[in-house]
Unconditional design. Sequence first.
Length: 277
Amino acid sequence: MKNLNVAPFVKWAGGKRQLLSKIKERMPEQYNDYYEPFVGGGAVVLELQPENAVINDINKSLINAYTQIANNPDEFLDVVNMLDNEMWDDGKEYYYSIREHYNDKLMREEFDIELAALFVFINKHCFNGLYRVNGKGLFNVPYNKSRKASVDKKAIVETSKYLRSINIINGDFENACRNAQAGDFVFIDSPYAPLKPTSFESYTKEGFDVESHRRLANLFDELSERGCYCMLTNHNTEFINELYGNKGYSIDVVSVKRMINSDASNRVGEEVIIYNY
């Protein structure tokens, strides 16, 4: 039975909360295991709460937050509440001091409870909840002027229980799907292809370039041949339609609001939901 208190604990670029109803109405009625190789903020898996699930992301800090919340929810809450409570009168200066501490730990690869708490704190207090790093891999998003609490205690406790019951991994998307079999459902919230072909940007310093999109399209084909139910979302661009068109897949175009766009007038767009059944 679905737990209504389970919820995402970060905002995430390209998050699928607003598309949930459109995704759910297109899902297979029945499936075996659930795979999500680009979990991001987890809006879909935490809404569906499938019993047998594998979630993955290339972002080590993000997956560290998932695993720490799964295994150590009380300690995580202690640290994130301390970060909230110690906020200075000058929230901007406090945020930048926390961001610097986060980056120091990131460079030392200290993937621990404190890093998870710092990650969630800066996610909730940075502009648009955007995770962006510079060429050195340092988080560089500015302050959003918020002084709100970073997390909801009940949501963290209940989400922790669910996360403990599933498999959380960190790595490449192909590896994440290697055990997917006929009858399994693979939901692919792939990194957005750029609306303009010249503007490939990345949420992690590893990047997701044209070749990565081609590799993903090949994986979609391979999973389809295995008999997996596959669904993929992305921008409605010529490039994406070239990769997935003329293969017998359903391609539905849906309207969305784009939250992460500096030009507010350009925040309404189209996405595609592509599925093979």
